[in-house]
Design a protein. Structure first.
Length: 71
């Protein structure tokens, strides 16, 4: 979910596209069936693609540990 935080639809859609691509590249290859919710904070709108990538990459090990523990 990408909250408005007084940003335009163009800004919100750009951020959603960036996050979808990062999830496709870093989370989906894990091969685990899961539902994932990423709640974006205000700073996400100003973050570069590389900064968002760093954040998503830092989540990948935590997701892997959580999924293995639940199975």
């Amino acid at each position: 979910m990408v909250p408005r935080y007084k940003h335009s639809a163009v800004d919100r859609n750009r951020l959603k596209r960036r996050l979808r691509e990062l999830v496709r590249l870093h989370v989906l290859p894990l091969g685990f069936p899961l539902d994932l919710v990423i709640w974006v904070q205000r700073a996400g709108y100003e973050a570069s693609f590389e900064q968002l990538q760093t954040e998503v990459e830092s989540l990948v090990p935590r997701i892997g540990r959580f999924v293995k523990r639940e199975s």
